[in-house]
Design a binder for this molecule. Structure first.
Ligand code: AMP
Length: 133
């Protein structure tokens, strides 16, 4: 069965998109740990990040870096943190999170954001990512 992220890639379920290339997609996490919590995925459904083919592994990380640069302009923070878990969704995804203190990268904590707030934030991040090289 297709992963929930493949369904997003195929447009079968919605997402708050922030960037897209031929092989990668970035969208806001539906249950954000911090505002601006973004997931970067390869469109190809692979469960485990270290099973990605070399070219896609590199492309995904370069894509995530570009997204992170745009994200940092929109969500003021000390650094954008990066994490890979993949326990809940068996489709490679890199979590990007604006961090202002060590405890911000805490998957046990979540912020409440409405669909309207997520949509508005995604649009701002998308615009900033577009302006990155
Ligand atoms: P993990 O697989 O443990 O890295 O966590 C999966 C992440 O995907 C969690 O942070 C979820 O909130 C997020 N997630 C699950 N379904 C969706 C969805 N439909 N749209 C956006 N994010 C999602």
């Amino acid at each position: 069965m297709a992963s929930i992220f493949t369904k997003i890639v195929n447009g079968e379920i919605p997402c708050h998109r922030v960037a897209e290339t031929d092989h990668c997609l970035a969208f806001l996490d539906i249950n954000p740990v911090v505002p601006g919590h973004v997931l970067c995925i390869p469109k190809q459904e692979v469960d485990y990040i270290f099973d990605l083919p070399d070219d896609l592994f590199v492309e995904l990380h370069l894509f995530a870096r570009r997204v992170a640069r745009g994200l940092k302009q929109v969500c003021p923070c000390i650094k954008i943190g990066q994490a890979v878990v993949g326990i809940d969704v068996p489709h490679v995804h890199i979590h990007l999170m604006p961090l202002n203190k060590p405890g911000d990268l805490n998957f046990g904590h979540h912020v409440e954001m409405s669909q309207e707030e997520l949509a508005a934030l995604a649009a701002r991040i998308a615009k900033a990512v577009e302006q990155q090289n």
